[in-house]
Design a protein around this ligand. Structure first.
Ligand code: NAP
Ligand code: MG
Length: 497
């Protein structure tokens, strides 16, 4: 992968075509109403494009196209080898267009373009390979029965999937849903977040170029209250996969209950804990990992370990490391590979994160950062912030901030650390650092989280499931287990003489 300079990215941005249509039944489309909304680059405050603002009518069109594509088996009925080839073409298409996709995400929501280019897009591409490869390897069951009866259990696609995703990893969040959904043979109506619609539209074009039949993936940019709600309440969408906040996740449960009782699978928020025991082998390394985990992507990461619980014997030393390391994450132009962080997604979101910091000042110690920064005419930047001596029951100890703010909470005993780690409404992820193997197992077993990482922070990969317990949601993305959300079990009986 060639290294691109700040200038290279700026030059590319100058000539980048900005996609702004919906994509329905294999065609670019305007919203029926003609309405648009403006996509803004938070790094500059400047408008990027007026994007089709889809509402219930457009969702109806997209769902009808998806239903037709599913019903005539133009995708699920193709030979497995052909479907696998198209999945591989999609993966290749993402890789070929990696710079463009990365730039669209960076311009749209402020992340460092180099992260999108080197991490987000290659990971998304790998998922189309992973699920494409699974297509002809997952068998059903032939059941042991009495004579005269033959029974099989097969996994069937559900039909039309509604997918509603957030803005923090636009390409990835779309790919995490789309790759297993279409590998399983479904059709999809995808609504990207209003703050980051661009790359999803481009993805739909790449799918078409890769040979995916018309109507299998439809993209309806728009607002949550309009397009998102219309998907949630649609009578002809079979299952709904969502990533976003816990509050909106609950709305989808309601929409399903008030419409056709579609399945609802939720990946929601988190307040993940990172436990640093005094017997950690390398405190500096643990601090590096803790800082990376909360400052990467401006802290706009659902599984960010935004609470660090540190055993009191090493608390002061750990905080000293954190303060030094935080310096390296100073925000800058998202197109500059030297920037430590990019821009926050919007001014409103920056206000919200700033509010958390200013309220925390009343009762805890801001020991690094804490200020808003103006760069290039935009004030959507925040310093990497470390708040020490946070009370575990305080607002900053309990609530998701979704910004570059690390809450440090000292503890004395292992029991206390486990209790505090488990004492929020969330259960997405948890990490612990120790050189004592018994402690590692003992603590990992008691942490209530979908993923526990030992001597690393926030580990994830295509092969392992990702998702939460408690108000972090249910159902899993990634891994072969994700396919469970996109398939139903069918029992077939055959009586014979
Ligand atoms: P959000 O406000 O919940 O929005 C997520 C999606 O839901 C967006 O597409 C949004 O559309 C839509 N939406 C909003 N209100 C809606 C409504 N009334 N009806 C139907 N749809 C609606 O979340 P966000 O601010 O984009 O993202 C941040 C949240 O996502 C955080 O809580 C974070 O933890 C969570 N997240 C979780 C994971 C995970 O895997 N667990 C991963 C990433 C992020 P609009 O864009 O128009 O609002
Ligand atoms: Mg934007």
């Amino acid at each position: 992968m060639s290294q691109k300079s700040h200038q290279d990215w700026q030059d590319l941005a100058e000539t980048l075509p900005i996609p702004h249509y919906a994509f329905i039944d294999g065609q670019q489309a305007n919203a029926d109403s003609g309405a648009t909304f403006t996509s803004i680059n938070p790094a500059t405050g400047k408008a990027l494009a007026d994007v089709a603002s889809c509402d219930a009518d457009d969702v109806n069109r997209a769902a009808a196209a998806a239903r037709t594509a599913f019903g005539d088996r133009r995708w699920a009925g193709q030979p497995l080898a052909a479907r696998k080839r198209i999945m591989q073409n999609i993966a290749e298409g993402l890789r070929k267009n990696a710079a463009e996709l990365a730039l669209l995400d960076s311009l749209d929501m402020g992340k460092r373009v180099v992260d999108a280019y080197e991490l987000d897009v290659p990971f998304s591409a790998s998922l189309f390979d992973f699920y494409g490869e699974s297509l002809d390897k997952l068998n059903g069951e032939a059941v042991t029965m009495d004579d005269g009866v033959h029974a099989t259990i097969t996994k069937e696609p559900l039909g039309v999937v509604g997918a509603v995703v957030p803005w923090n990893y636009p390409v990835d969040m779309a790919a995490w849903k789309l790759a297993p959904a279409i590998a399983a043979g479904n059709s999809v109506v995808l609504k990207p977040a209003e703050h980051s619609p661009l790359s999803a539209i481009r993805l739909a074009e790449i799918f078409a170029e890769a040979g995916l039949p018309d109507g299998v993936v439809n993209v309806v940019p728009g607002f949550g209250e309009t397009a998102g709600q219309a998907i949630g309440r649609h009578m002809d969408i079979d299952t709904l996969v969502f990533t976003g906040s816990t509050g909106v996740g609950k709305m989808f449960q309601r929409y399903a209950g008030e419409s056709n009782m579609k399945q609802v699978w939720l990946e929601c928020g988190g307040k993940s804990a990172n436990l640093i025991f005094a017997d950690v082998e390398d405190l500096q390394k643990a601090a590096e990992s803790a800082a990376f985990d909360v400052f990467f992507n401006q802290g706009e990461v659902c599984s960010s370990h935004s609470r660090v619980l540190v055993q009191r014997d090493v608390h002061q030393e750990f905080v000293a490391h954190l303060r030094a390391i935080a310096e390296r994450y100073q925000p800058g132009d998202p197109l500059d590979p030297a920037s430590g962080m990019g821009a926050m997604v919007t001014a409103e979101h920056t206000d919200m994160v700033e509010g958390f910091i200013s309220r925390a000042r009343q009762e805890a110690d801001v020991v690094a950062g804490g200020r808003r920064v103006t760069l290039g005419g935009s004030d959507c930047y925040l310093e990497p912030t470390v708040v020490d001596n946070v009370h575990p029951e305080s607002e900053l100890g309990q609530n998701e901030v979704f910004g570059p703010v690390l809450a440090v909470i000292p503890f004395d005993t292992e029991e206390e650390a486990i209790r505090m780690a488990n004492s929020t409404q969330f259960g997405l992820a948890a990490s612990l650092w120790t050189s004592n193997i018994s402690r590692a197992h003992r603590v990992a077993r008691q942490l209530v989280a979908g993923t526990v990482s030992i001597n690393t922070t926030d580990a994830f990969g295509a092969q392992t499931p990702f998702g939460g317990f408690k108000s972090s949601g249910y159902g899993r993305d990634l891994s072969l287990h994700a396919l469970d959300k996109y398939q139903g079990l069918k029992t077939t009986w055959l009586a014979y003489q």
